[in-house]
Design a binder for this molecule. Structure first.
Ligand code: C2E
Ligand code: CA
Ligand code: CA
Length: 640
């Protein structure tokens, strides 16, 4: 019988590895039950858990086989040892990949980490075999004693750990500080344990130290705590549910409750509503899941398969809500909807409900139909295209179309000005009108780039018409109050008109009266800055909103555009007619030319001419037309 020469492996107990294996199961249970926030990199985290399990198992097998040296072929020991080490390296490697995916490293820019990992594997494989053959590393002697020699494992460990540290260091600014610190501190604890273990010639806790950083990620990044009071979970948990359900082809039914009173940082429904909600959900449904999307927004979700009479239950719940509601006295919006493939694909139910909220009235209940989902998809498409247009900043972007509406000049009896009106032409849906895209652009901050484009295109058109000998005074361009608020506004306007080489007087800027004091001041300031260069200014939409004469008189407008509503009102009612007529006369007297908008027929025309009109604009003369067609209205200068 060969004598076994004991070495470090006697300082090993499988207890820690068994515990690690148990913990791996616990991790999996938590992932199952805890509404995990499934980021793109979550895949790597899960792989790490499986690998950790494999590492612990192979560590045990390795040590068990070491205890049977001489009884079993040595090759088995070598294999288990190799697998064990590889599991640990791969674990570190996955951590690197996890971080890489989390910080969104572009594929091309950081292949180096991938390369360093792959080379690492090859080098280790080579060293393991090489040191075994040359008997310079780990091997089992003929007398069954163990030769340790060249520390291949240590080299591999340091290599992959370094990769991880370099990765963390390099992208430290892309990771949320608190999370980064948590990760670094946990890795610190792991390394500390490895060192202490080394000092004591122990080897039981190696795998366990790999568990801490995984736990840290699970807790720091992926966990979604339940709100114990309502049993609800957060928005990312909601997205997780949608994601899993659509992967498993489970149909869901959603009931959303929104109360703006409770929106805002750190705010929540008061206790009585919380209680009602909890009572409702357990009373009416078998599989209710409640999500707190924001302070005043909750979504209740049921699995249709588990609650087949969901629609009936929803109605009963609503009926009861209507009974309770008068006591609550708060505004609400309720939206019921099914799962839709389009929304599941993009995991965008929250975006969709918010869209619905923006469309429906307070204290109303809506059951969503296909049409609304289509509207939303359209809306998102438009938002994306606008964002793309804004990002590209191409002043000649072909998606932005210049339409013009010619304006009739009563005195000259000709069309010698026009208004530039924007359209967006998109591949899948065609022409989009301003009433649709302007509010979206204003809300998302894309209006300024659009204004630049339409101004540039108008300048191009003015230039072309002038070069072709057309005789016209100017084209007016609509600007938004958001444009005026831009720091670079004045320079931008001067640069675009200046670059085109046209006369500044050929461009007019249409502005609508703003309702707040600071916007008025900004408007005044900008007009004063630009007025000197020859640009004309129009006051748009006069008569809508409320008009402050004192303020209007402070601004040197050239033309006041009377809104179509005044044209209509003056035709319906004698009293209005007197008012409008007097207003127009008054403006005239202080040198503001009056333009009437929305002239649709002869009667509008006659009345407005009677009411001190200088210019007329409306469908009677022409709808807005593609700018190329302006030549049908403008006349060429007579050659002298
Ligand atoms: P707006 O400045 O009041 O433009 C006049 C709108 O009235 C145009 O609608 C025009 O088509 C319409 N209209 C013209 N004649 C008649 C008529 O006889 N009867 C009726 N019922 N309507 C008539 P459009 O082109 O849909 O533009 C709507 C609004 O979108 C514009 O109202 C303007 O506020 C905004 N807008 C258009 N282009 C731009 C732009 O380039 N920049 C900005 N910031 N806003 C723009
Ligand atoms: Ca206008
Ligand atoms: Ca107008």
């Amino acid at each position: 019988m060969a004598t076994r020469v004991v070495s470090y492996y006697e300082n090993y107990t499988p207890a820690a590895d068994v515990l690690v294996m148990g913990m791996c199961f616990v991790f999996l249970i938590l992932i199952w039950r805890a509404y995990i926030n499934r980021t793109k990199s979550f895949f790597f985290l899960r792989a790490m858990i499986y690998l950790l399990f494999a590492a612990a198992a192979s560590d045990i097998l390795y040590h068990v086989s070491m205890n049977r040296i001489g009884e079993i072929p040595n090759i088995i020991i070598y294999i288990f040892r190799f697998i064990f080490h590889m599991c640990l390296f791969t674990n570190l490697w996955l951590y690197v990949l996890y971080l890489r995916a989390s910080v969104h490293v572009e594929r091309k820019s950081d292949r180096r980490f991938i390369r360093a990992g792959v080379i690492g594997y090859f080098v280790i494989l080579f060293l393991e075999i090489f040191t075994l053959i040359t008997r310079t590393g780990f091997y089992i002697r003929e007398d069954n004693s163990v030769h340790t020699g060249f520390p291949v494992f240590l080299i591999g460990y340091v290599h992959f750990l370094s990769l991880l540290i370099v990765m963390i260091f390099k992208y430290r600014n892309r990771v949320y500080k608190q999370v980064l610190r948590g990760v670094i501190e946990t890795i610190g604890v792991s390394v500390l344990i490895i060192i202490v273990q080394q000092i004591h010639g122990q080897s039981s806790f190696t795998v366990a130290t790999f568990m801490f950083p995984i736990y840290a990620l699970l807790y720091l990044i992926h966990s979604n705590p339940y709100d114990i009071e309502t049993g609800s979970v957060s928005e990312s948990a909601f997205e997780d549910l949608v994601y899993i359900s659509s992967a498993r082809k489970r149909d869901l039914y959603f009931m959303s409750l929104y109360m703006h009173d409770f929106e805002g940082k750190g705010r929540k429904y008061p206790k009585e509503i919380q209680n009602q909600v909890r009572r409702f959900m357990v009373k009416f449904f078998r599989s209710p899941m409640l999500f707190q999307i924001s302070g005043g927004h909750m979504i209740l979700v049921v699995d249709k398969a588990k609650d087949p009479d969901y629609e009936e239950s929803g109605r009963s719940m609503l009926a009861e809500f209507n009974k309770v509601y008068p006591i609550l006295k708060v505004d609400y919006k309720i939206v019921f909807f099914d799962s839709y493939e389009k929304l599941s694909e993009e995991n965008d139910y929250v975006g969709f409900v918010r869209f619905m909220h923006s469309r429906i009235e307070e204290n109303s209940f809506v059951k969503v139909t296909n049409r609304e989902v289509d509207d939303y998809m359209n809306y998102k498409y438009i938002v994306n295209e606008l964002s793309d247009i804004a990002e590209k900043e191409d002043l000649r972007d072909p998606r932005v179309k210049l339409y013009c509406q010619p304006v009739y000049n009563i005195k000259s009896g000709r069309f010698d000005t026009a208004e530039a009106l924007m359209r967006i032409d998109l591949p899948y849906i065609g022409i989009v009108f301003p009433d649709v895209f302007i509010p979206i652009a204003e809300k998302n901050g894309y209006i300024y780039p659009l204004t630049k484009i339409i101004l540039a295109k108008t300048c191009d058109k003015v230039k072309e018409l002038t070069e072709n000998g057309y005789d016209f005074k100017r084209i007016s361009v609509n600007f938004s109050v958001y444009d005026l608020r831009e720091e670079s506004f004045t320079e931008m306007v001067q640069k675009i008109i200046g670059d085109s080489g046209i006369d500044y007087g050929k461009i007019a800027i249409e502005l609508t009266e703003s309702q707040n004091e600071s916007d008025f001041e900004v408007m005044k300031e900008k007009i004063e800055e630009l007025k000197g260069s020859g640009i004309k200014f129009y006051l748009d939409d006069f008569g809508t909103g409320y008009s402050n004469f004192e303020r209007i008189m402070e601004l040197p407008f050239d033309i006041v555009k009377f809104d179509r509503s005044l044209v209509i009102a003056s035709g319906n009612n004698e009293k209005f007619r007197t008012i409008v007529s007097n207003l127009a006369r008054m403006f005239n007297e202080v040198q503001y030319a009056v333009l009437y908008e929305g002239i649709e027929d002869d009667s509008d025309e006659m009345r407005c001419i009677d009411m001190s009109a200088k210019y007329l604009q409306g469908y009677k003369y022409s709808k807005p037309i593609p700018a190329e067609k302006l030549t049908e209205f403008f006349e060429k200068a007579e050659k002298s």
